[in-house]
Design a protein around this ligand. Sequence first.
Ligand SMILES: Cc1cc2nc3c(=O)[nH]c(=O)nc-3n(C[C@H](O)[C@H](O)[C@H](O)COP(=O)(O)OP(=O)(O)OC[C@H]3O[C@@H](n4cnc5c(N)ncnc54)[C@H](O)[C@@H]3O)c2cc1C
Length: 239
Amino acid sequence: MSELTTTEMNAKGPFTRLITRVFFRTAQVSDHVLLAPSLHYITLQGEALKGVAWTAGDKIQIRLGSGLQTRTYTPIQWDPLQGSTSFVAQTLSPGPGSDWVTDAKNGAVVELMGPRSSLALGDTAAKDVMVLGDETAFGLTLAWGAGRAVLEVAAPEVWGPLCHAWGQSAALIAKQADDAHWSRMEQSVWERFSPQTHFVLAGRARTIQHFLKALRAKGISGDRIRTKAYWADGKTGLD
Ligand SMILES: Cc1cc2nc3c(=O)[nH]c(=O)nc-3n(C[C@H](O)[C@H](O)[C@H](O)COP(=O)(O)OP(=O)(O)OC[C@H]3O[C@@H](n4cnc5c(N)ncnc54)[C@H](O)[C@@H]3O)c2cc1C
């Protein structure tokens, strides 16, 4: 029998250890760049990430602590030869995922599940996709190379240069506490809309609900809209 990894040993109880061993891959943090306050770029590397089939839009779930609690992130890229993957993680609100991201040090051992299917482009051309989301959907936008994006973000002044550096011309709308910014988001959506547009609504559940209604009210058919809530106010770890 092979030796237990450090995190397997940290896993509480035989059941958790068994699940960890069977369903999780082991990797290490190989790079952690603080892009801006509350915004991290993390790269994981490991033998178990080699030869893995990844499709842009897939998710990974990182195991936190000694139980089976996980938090979900969207890889921007996956190199099956090097055995590495990277994602952008925000830490805007305290939680175990944000704590893990903030403290992730080079060399730290990570157990992760996935990549697993979450949102898939399918036959849709990336140039026809408009992502409506927030910081949590930035990875998805980059992974797909989505043609357009309208993102509600806490700090547009930080995101502008980052989007530019990544070649992504997203419309960045500053969040307001009472969601008063939704009207400006909507305006940006229609400015960027074309008859070929396919909408992908990802990020905050409440924003998704609002824009789903707004798109339907404009007569956008259901087969041109995909949704996936990445987080919801007052709820923890949606996935
Ligand atoms: C399929 C999928 C893909 C995802 N991809 C990414 C990704 O690539 N990058 C990324 O950063 N996140 C991504 N997320 C979202 C991320 O998993 C959540 O934000 C998660 O809640 C963070 O865990 P936490 O432990 O920090 O907070 P939790 O313990 O889950 O929540 C604590 C509190 O924080 C609030 N909260 C959670 N997220 C936010 C937020 N963004 N802004 C404000 N308040 C928030 C919750 O409502 C709750 O009140 C993805 C989620 C899913 C389901």
